[in-house]
Design a protein around this ligand. Structure first.
Ligand code: ZN
Length: 323
């Protein structure tokens, strides 16, 4: 078969999906404070009575996309192993001072920590208590970025997509082995209890780093508002997606079938530490059903839910879209 000859690539993150208890607060924070673009307003395809919100750069390029399942009134989760401890965006290194002031001006407490692998880290929480970071990155690392410049932020200061995610794990060996032996990441450094892995292939896009922090003493995390639900990696197309499924299946027999998520096609599996991983295709992307200038301007439904639009619009809470 042809697919067995494909050597599939995984050049970085596609999206990170977390849980919010309040869609409106979530929109206000990510669009007004972080100046991301709402690139898609849709519903959770597995639970069409709740919103699925997507934020990203101008086009929602894979590697820039943070998404939320909006579960109204959901109880807060607790970060801890085996979960994502922090989700980090990349900003130009000389924009960090601007962000300290911008967050403070919006009433967002923030803490400028020390350097991590030589880069400054600014830590803060979103309205659901989700741990976020802005990392002052080497400009050459994000040269292909197209930040959302219609928002109220000077272009040189804008977020350039993901820098990395940090996985909290009680044991690190099996997850590390998955990243390096199966997913072709490279181990590139150790700093204290933090292990760093870099995508082994390149597409000039952001979000190429996965960190694991070894936290054997931490209480187990619980899923809920403010906690990451899953981490998605990007692969270019359907042929490579199929090859990834063939590669993953012998190690993780419970890997899902390939699922149509409208804007990408996905497989899901739980890594040995316990974090839900997804591999999603770059194509077709968020312009599959809206032109770029219309992204995020109305509730979009996949073809198979369109006939239920009236019921769905009645079921989801009213929200005010970003200006
Ligand atoms: Zn996903």
């Amino acid at each position: 078969m042809l697919m067995s000859t494909i050597n599939p690539t995984l050049p970085g993150l596609h999206h990170v999906t977390a849980i919010t208890a309040d869609a409106q607060n979530n929109i206000n924070f990510y669009c007004d404070v972080l100046a991301l673009r709402l690139v898609k307003l849709t519903v959770n395809f597995d639970d069409p009575t709740s919103y699925h919100l997507y934020y990203g750069d101008e086009s929602g390029r894979p590697g820039t996309v943070l998404t939320f399942f909006a579960w109204p009134g959901a109880a807060r989760g607790r970060a801890g192993p085996p979960q994502v401890a922090a989700t980090a965006f990349s900003v130009p290194a000389d924009a960090i001072d601007y962000w300290v002031q911008r967050l403070a001006a919006h009433g967002v407490e923030n803490q400028l920590g020390g350097q991590r692998f030589g880069e400054p880290v600014l830590s803060f929480l979103d309205p659901d208590g989700m741990q976020l970071e802005l990392i002052g990155a080497n400009p050459s690392a994000d040269s292909a970025a197209t930040p959302w410049i219609a928002a109220s932020i000077p272009e040189p200061m804008a977020i350039r997509g993901f820098h990395s995610v940090t996985l909290s794990q009680r044991k690190t060996a099996a997850t590390s082995q998955l990243l390096t032996d199966v997913m072709k990441y490279q181990s590139t450094g150790v700093e204290g209890r933090r292990l760093r892995y870099q995508a082994g292939t390149h597409d000039q896009g952001p979000g190429t780093i996965i960190d694991i922090v070894h936290e054997p003493e931490m209480p187990r995390g619980t899923l809920g508002a403010g906690v990451v639900h899953h981490v998605a990696f990007r692969t270019p197309d359907d042929a490579q997606q199929a090859a990834w499924r063939d590669t993953i299946a012998p190690h993780f027999p419970h890997v899902s079938p390939i699922m149509d998520r409208c804007y990408f096609h996905s497989i899901y599996f739980r890594e040995p530490g316990g974090v839900l991983f997804e591999i999603a295709t770059v194509h077709p992307g968020f312009t599959a059903d809206q032109p770029i200038e219309e992204l995020g301007r109305k509730l979009m439904l996949p073809p198979w839910l369109e006939k239920h639009r009236a019921e769905i619009e009645h079921a989801v809470p009213p929200i005010q879209l970003p200006r």
